[in-house]
Design a protein around this ligand. Structure first.
Ligand code: MSP
Length: 509
């Protein structure tokens, strides 16, 4: 059985979950669901990144302790993922004891292997990035990302000998062309390495909100250095070696493009330094950006002007969980930046969901009701849509396998479109009851059954509901990918009517 270990970045708890976080998490969830459907052994990990100066400052601003603050905020991420129907297998918090144990063991090994030494660090620091900049890389002393003035820091730190891994990293990239996808991001990561690597400071004495360095306790590890190791904590590194052997390096790290350097340069080098294979694959996605578009009334009432002001739950209340998931997965090719807009969601909802999928289901159920007394006819083997269905299934499978949910959904909707056109052509609503109309409806029902399976990673609730209305037993994923073969509709079962799956949204003018 193939193994599929997928991770999201762990989210900083200085802030509440927003649509940007939801984007990464929903993509990871859909990929995990696809691989479970495919029968793979899946481990899906997400969680929260709870150490570092940024979190300590957020706690102080709110008049509480870092531990209390992280407890409160981590829960908000849990709740947001539950609301988005995210089916993770493990939720890690970096303040857990298991993480401390793994970090100390992993970094202890790197230390013993001679890749960590003491030195003096001088640099310009941005708390929002939790990262150092050289004067040249800064925007005249300001953070190039946040625009805030950088703070000068000088500390005696422990350093990781990243420079020792330049050649090995280059070799690794050369031998594993698929290590980082898409290719543009791979080239970006490679350019960092080819540009020359400097050693990195990995501990702090200026703060105490972190994991103590086991061989020099007043020092705590720098937050990024502890955070990356979460991917090993969850699989028992330093505690349960058999679990590590099971899941490593079968890992796929899904990350936003701003954290490429950490995941594609530091992390593989850290693994090498600890005598571990680097992760198998890093999939990079772009950012969702809000342009000048009007936000919804609710969003505007909440004063939201930026993407990071929009809570996922606001959108769930307005559009429903599955339409929001669909939009996030369908609108933007993974790897590209995307435009997030209210009009965009309404458009996808009304066109793809209400007019195409919802309408297909409603009209087929209605005509089966009037022409076949509500009882589903079975599809015939010589069906007109059979080939098109097989082609859409093949395209969708291929797309999910190469981390392209948008293309998988596009393929699925091309089949939905073809089926609506097929119904227009045959107009079963005008036919007399009998074998001819049953043949047409049998085909359409079979497509709907296949579509329910194909959309299940993206819209699990909708898939279940279509399945129920088709009168089918169990749930769409039960038969795995074998269920996608033509001919699974049993026929003879009673269909269920119901309210429109996607009532049209009338946009406020
Ligand atoms: N804590 C680090 C990650 C450590 S992983 C070992 C971190 N956290 S974060 O909360 O700031 O961001 C986490 C992720 O949220 C980003 O990598 C990105 O995937 C996602 N996004 C945050 N804003 C986003 C958008 N505007 N658009 C898309 N994704 C966004 O970095």
């Amino acid at each position: 059985m193939a193994r599929f270990y997928i991770t999201t970045p762990i989210y900083y708890v200085n802030d509440a979950p927003h649509v940007g976080h939801a984007y990464t998490t929903v993509v990871a969830d859909a990929l995990a669901r696809w691989h479970r459907l495919a029968g793979d052994d899946v481990l899906f990990l997400t969680g929260t990144d709870e150490h570092g100066q940024k979190v300590a400052e957020a706690a102080a601003r709110h008049g509480t302790t870092p531990q209390d603050w992280t407890d409160q905020t981590s829960t908000r991420f849990h709740d947001a993922w539950d609301a988005l129907n995210v089916d993770y297998d493990d939720f890690i918090r970096t303040t857990e004891l298991r993480h401390l144990e793994t970090v100390q063991r992993f970094l202890g090994t790197i230390y013993e292997n001679g890749y960590i030494y003491k030195g003096l660090y001088r640099g310009l620091y941005c708390v929002s990035c939790e990262d150092y900049y050289t004067l040249e890389a800064s925007d005249q002393g300001r953070c190039p990302v946040h625009g805030k003035p950088l703070t000068e820091m000088e500390e005696e730190n422990w350093f990781f000998r990243l420079s020792a891994f330049e050649e090995r990293l280059r070799d690794y990239y050369d031998q594993h062309p698929e290590f980082v996808t898409p290719e543009t991001k791979r080239n970006e990561a490679y350019a960092f390495i080819a540009g020359g690597l400097k050693d990195i400071s990995i501990t702090r004495t200026s703060i105490d909100w972190g994991i103590p360095v086991p061989w020099d306790p007043p020092h705590v590890f720098y937050v990024w250095y502890d955070a990356l190791i979460n991917y090993l904590t969850a699989i028992g590194y330093g505690r349960e070696d058999s679990a590590v052997a099971t899941w490593w390096p079968a890992s796929h790290h899904l990350i936003g493009k701003e954290i490429i350097r950490f995941h594609c340069v530091w992390w593989p080098a850290m693994c090498m330094a600890a005598g571990l294979e680097p992760p198998h694959h890093v999939q990079v996605h772009g950012w969702l950006l809000v342009g000048g578009q009007k936000l919804s009334k609710t969003m505007a009432a909440e004063g939201a002007v930026r993407l990071t002001d929009i809570a996922p739950v606001t959108l769930i209340e307005e559009f429903g969980v599955d339409p929001l998931r669909y939009y996030l997965l369908r609108e933007t090719a993974l790897g590209n930046d995307g435009e997030f807009s209210y009009e965009g969601i309404v458009q996808r909802y009304n066109v793809d969901l209400a007019n195409n999928l919802g309408n297909l289901l409603a009209r087929v159920v209605r005509v089966v009701e009037t022409k076949c007394a509500g009882v589903a006819p079975a599809p015939s083997a010589a069906a007109e849509l059979r080939e098109q269905a097989a082609e859409a299934v093949a395209r969708a499978r291929d797309a999910w396998e190469r981390f392209a949910p948008h293309a998988a959904l596009e393929a699925t909707w091309s089949l939905i479109g073809a089926t609506n056109a097929f119904l227009e052509r045959h107009a079963p609503w005008k036919m007399e009851p009998g074998a001819a109309v049953e043949a047409v409806l049998g085909e359409a029902l079979e497509v709907l059954r296949i579509v329910a399976i194909l959309v299940s990673p993206a819209m699990p609730g909708v898939a279940d509901e279509i399945w129920r209305r088709l009168g089918l037993a169990g749930s769409p994923g039960d038969g795995g990918l074998a269920g996608l073969a033509w001919g699974g509709t049993p026929g003879g079962v009673r269909l269920e009517g119901g309210a429109p799956l996607f009532p049209r949204i009338v946009s406020p003018s």
